[in-house]
Design a protein around this ligand. Structure first.
Ligand code: MG
Length: 220
């Protein structure tokens, strides 16, 4: 697979300084996703059951408990993101921790937002004072991080809630510190152990401490 042209253009617009780079996913990392999506589902007569760390297969009708079919789940997710600024708020400690980290790290958001919702995602981040650059891709996140970092010798850190994305970055940028962050405590406890080489944290304060120690150990 390759990177979308629009994504390459967004990467080209990012100016990195000579300091460590933090690349962070948005949903369930910087913004709460599971909690507001559950509230959105309730408003639409559905319920997300915390049976496993996935959406499809775990959403049922409030009226009869029947599982919602896959296409309807996909449509609900798209409708939610089309109204995300009404539902989503930052994860606990995310805003203040990102601002503190930005004093000596570059921060870039890497989100899987579909093109028709990108402007709304940008506006939602801005509304909470999170004006850091944002890149959107529906392709492998590893390709985007590799293109962004370009093999520099400076520390690079990637944060995401999805193992597939963490593994993608691990394959493309072997020097990258990989951290799995799942904001929702119920779903965090359901996630399978992370892949080898992926670390887990329980919140943004824990995450910041791990990033600081990694950068101290790897100071060039
Ligand atoms: Mg996510």
């Amino acid at each position: 697979m390759s990177i979308e042209t629009a994504c390459l253009a967004e990467i080209a617009d990012v100016t990195l300084r000579e300091r460590p780079l933090i690349v962070s996913d948005v949903d369930e990392v910087v913004f709460e996703f599971i909690s507001p999506f559950s509230a959105f589902l309730a408003a639409n007569g559905c319920r997300l059951l915390p049976r496993s760390f996935r959406l499809h297969g775990n959403i049922v009708s409030e009226t009869d408990g029947a599982e919602i079919e896959a296409q309807r789940v996909t449509d609900l997710i798209d409708t939610f993101f089309g109204d995300q600024n009404r539902w989503q708020t930052p994860a606990c400690d995310a805003v203040e921790t990102l601002h503190a980290l930005s004093a000596d790290h570059d921060i870039v958001f890497l989100t899987a937002m579909k093109p028709h919702h990108k402007a709304l995602r940008r506006a939602a981040l801005d509304s909470f004072g999170l004006h850091f650059p944002m890149i959107a891709t529906e392709g492998p996140k590893g390709l985007a991080v590799r293109e962004l970092h370009r093999g520099r010798s400076l520390p690079v850190i990637f944060i995401d809630d999805i193992d597939r994305n963490l593994q993608s970055v691990g394959e493309e940028v072997p020097s990258c510190l990989l951290i799995r962050m799942i904001a929702n405590a119920d779903f965090r406890s359901l996630a399978a152990p992370p892949a080898v080489g992926v670390e887990t944290v329980i919140g943004w304060r824990d995450l910041a401490a791990r990033i600081q120690s990694h950068c101290t150990e790897n100071r060039g």
